[in-house]
Design a protein around this ligand. Structure first.
Ligand SMILES: Cc1ncc(COP(=O)(O)O)c(C=O)c1O
Length: 254
């Protein structure tokens, strides 16, 4: 890569960038990163580039359920900084400007998704399903890679847990299950279920699967609610639709 860049005087080479993965709970990969990236800075020097920037990407995991125990952001930052400083000192190279791009760990825990409970269906000896008014189009993570979440009943937070209930989405797919066998109080129609830690990779991966409109997003700060994304309408869904001219002429003229 640097060999090619050295032949391109019109390109300015500022630094190197890494992104080692996502939802990472171990610190070791981040500890190793400084050493790996320092080697790239040294290789760049051999081709005449003095790189001043090092971007370590993101990847810090978050807590979706009680069994998730990620390091804190502070620990992650310290680990990455220590690793880069130690590697640069060991290689006798100047410290680059350090950049990072955490995504999930910043925005993921900041959001919850609220669903309204519709009908319920008990399959004796198997499980009880509760249908909610969302699912795989607003949260494609469970159907895509079997992500696990926890749910609460927002309008009756202190109701005791009574059963396990499988929360099914509205998309007419057998895989459209938001949470399988979630421990919950007995649900009532119109209860509001909240699923936590849905700020990252939900809206960005949301779709109009089966032409379901995407929901609104509301920012809550100091007890006040502000709409930050309006709910999609049927008009929004049809915005890109068009007819060939021959089909859009009035019938009498054909
Ligand atoms: C290049 C790059 N930087 C940063 C991120 C953010 O990662 P995370 O949300 O795991 O912190 C991603 C996500 O895939 C990425 O591709």
């Amino acid at each position: 890569m640097f060999e090619f860049l050295a032949t391109q005087p019109q390109l300015q080479c500022l630094g190197v960038h890494a992104h080692i993965g996502s939802q990472i709970f171990e610190l070791n990969p981040h500890t190793d990163l400084g050493g790996v990236m320092a080697q790239w800075l040294i290789t760049a020097q051999r081709y005449g580039f003095t790189l001043t920037e090092l971007d370590v990407g993101g990847g810090l995991g978050i807590r979706y359920t009680e069994s998730d125990d990620p390091p804190s952001i502070e620990t992650w930052v310290k680990t990455v900084c220590d690793s880069v400083v130690a590697a640069c000192e060991a290689q006798h190279i100047p410290l680059p400007r350090l950049l990072c791009e955490p995504g999930r760990s910043l925005i993921g825990p900041a959001c919850v998704t609220a669903y309204r409970v519709g009908s319920q269906k008990e399959v004796p000896g198997i499980r009880t399903y509760a249908a909610v008014d969302g699912g795989m189009s607003d949260n494609p993570r469970p159907i895509t890679y079997q992500s696990v979440y926890r749910a609460l009943v927002a309008n009756r937070m202190s109701a005791p847990l009574a059963e396990t209930i499988t929360l099914a989405g509205k998309h007419c797919e057998s895989g459209d299950i938001l949470i399988k066998d979630a421990p919950l109080p007995a649900l009532r129609t119109d209860d509001v279920i909240t699923i936590a830690a849905t700020g990252a990779y939900n809206y960005s991966m949301a779709s109009n699967y089966n032409r379901v409109p995407r929901p609104a997003a509301v920012l809550v700060k100091d007890g006040e609610a502000h709409l930050i994304i309006r709910r999609e309408t049927l008009q929004d869904l049809l915005r890109q639709d068009c007819l060939p001219e021959t089909l859009s002429r009035p019938l009498e003229s054909t």
